[in-house]
Design a protein around this ligand. Structure first.
Ligand SMILES: *Cc1c(COP(=O)(O)O)cnc(C)c1O
Length: 474
């Protein structure tokens, strides 16, 4: 037997020679005493060691690559709390400049020096703020007219991101959903109008639907609402959830009207940490004008040394992302953003076309307006295949790639698709490597003699115990 007490455990003991490395990591209670920082670092680092490399994570929309200077700037600002505006006034100023730049990318008509918007932790908080503002504006109008204001609703397609379900449940606002189908792949304005009534606080079209990458037609929706509002006097506005598209459309499709150029678009949100090209978490929300941001949403805080006004659900939040965003604006400029987004989209379109050539697959849609797309197994192929896209997901994970397979939302939930998001840091060469790995995996899967467990489950119509991919959230 080994003598367990031989160890001195002094400073010369190697990390992996330490007693701590023989112990399980704490799960329930805080350890009694301290551990050397080298060892603590190693334990924490190693717990995440076997995970995918972020840049091979094609499931996420969120930035996995920034250049050295951007990374350095953000790391250096890690100890700065954004909310301490009095202590760090330049950060508040920089934040205002970022809001201005984003608002102008979206063609705000506001002419004041400081445009109306707010920083957020991501699109989720930004969507919440846009939704809440619409709700409060509607409520004020109803109150003023002496009408009940206890049954608010909003309208969105079934391709909504989970934040809208949170918005509905946390604030008790009814969510009315317009179904998507293989024929109607985006929000149908006519169906929206049929759902509108005097209690509708807003309609939420999406630019870069999380499930499919497609854009709802905001211009057509705006026209339909304009006619409906003229007839009814309801004044139902639009909040655009542009988590992805907000940083794609201004650069790659500047003539397309989806933003503040449209009459009923009163607020827009986006994720700075998606195609804003900043590490998480960062979001932006902008209103068309001050008058659309209800006063009750900006709170004054006077105990930080001066009176400041704040719009947001969080209080403390990291300032590093704001530095990262402002850095990217200066570093890349309009031209640089356009170049990076162009490459992401071109590589995505290439991958889309190559996937379409593979016998087993068919892309969910022909168009690739944003740098992501989904594909499914051809129905005729599915009849005889001994495997499913979940098996392909597993095979690719063995090579380090994260490519999620998932079922579509309500009404088309029996369709299994696979999706890739092509971001900065994913090159044409990497796309070729992925294609080679897909073809290799297909060779193995097609040679199977017996069906896989997921295939058997699918045949029996058993709900699949699939990997916990948060495809809707990322
Ligand atoms: C990602 C996403 C969100 C949520 O954004 P976070 O930045 O992750 O909070 C909301 N809506 C859409 C359409 C998205 O793609």
């Amino acid at each position: 037997m080994l003598d367990k007490n031989f160890r001195n455990g002094d400073a010369k003991t190697d990390t992996f020679g330490s007693n701590v490395m023989l112990q399980p990591s704490p799960v329930q209670t805080i350890p009694d005493g301290p551990t050397k920082p080298e060892i603590a670092y190693q334990m924490v680092k190693d717990e995440t060691f076997a995970q995918t490399q972020p840049r091979l994570n094609l499931a996420t929309f969120v930035t996995t690559y920034m250049d050295e200077y951007g990374t350095k700037l953000m790391n250096e600002a890690i100890n700065v709390n954004y909310i301490d505006e009095t202590e760090y006034p330049r950060i508040a100023y920089m934040n205002g400049k970022c809001i201005n730049i984003v608002a102008n990318l979206w063609n705000t008509p506001e002419t004041d020096t400081w445009k109306t918007g707010a920083v957020a932790i991501g699109s989720s908080e930004a969507c919440m703020l846009g939704g809440i503002a619409a709700w409060i504006r509607w409520r004020e109008r109803r109150k003023a007219a002496g009408k009940p204001y206890d049954k608010p609703n909003f309208i969105i397609s079934t391709g909504y991101q989970i934040v809208w379900e949170k918005f509905a449940q946390l604030w008790q606002i009814e969510m009315r959903t317009v179904p998507l189908s293989l024929e109607k792949t985006t929000l149908d304005p006519e169906a929206v109008i049929k759902m509108c009534d005097e209690n509708t606080i807003c309609v939420v079209p999406i630019q870069g639907v999380t499930w499919t990458g497609l854009n709802d037609d905001v211009e057509a929706l705006d026209a339909a609402l304009d006619e409906f509002n003229a007839k009814t006097g309801y004044d139902i506005p639009i909040h655009v959830d542009a988590a992805t598209g907000g940083f794609i459309l201004p650069f790659l499709d500047p003539d397309k009207k989806w933003d503040f150029r449209l009459k009923w678009v009163l607020s827009i949100s986006t994720s700075g940490h998606k195609f804003g090209l900043v590490y998480p978490g960062l979001g932006w929300v902008v209103w068309k004008d001050k008058k659309y941001l209800p006063d009750v949403m900006s709170f004054s805080v006077n105990y930080l040394g001066a009176e400041i006004r704040q719009v947001g659900l969080n209080f403390s939040r990291p300032a590093a992302q704001i530095l990262g965003q402002y850095y990217q604006f200066i570093r890349l400029g309009f031209q640089g953003y356009k170049e990076v987004q162009f490459n992401s989209l071109a590589i995505c379109q290439y991958l889309h076309d190559e996937i379409a050539k593979i016998d087993a697959f068919v892309p969910y849609s022909k168009d690739v307006p944003n740098p992501l797309f989904a594909w499914l197994m051809k129905p005729e192929y599915q009849k005889t295949a001994k495997w499913t896209l979940y098996d392909l997901q597993d095979k690719l994970a063995q090579k380090g790639w994260m490519v999620p397979a998932y079922t579509m939302p309500a009404d088309i939930e029996d369709i299994v698709v696979m999706r890739v998001v092509c971001k900065q840091g994913f090159s044409r060469d990497m796309a070729d490597q992925l294609l080679a790995d897909i073809n290799f995996a297909l060779g193995e899967l097609n040679a199977l003699e017996y069906p896989t467990t997921t295939r058997i489950a699918m045949e029996k119509n058993v709900p699949l115990q699939t990997k916990s991919f948060n495809h809707t959230g990322r």
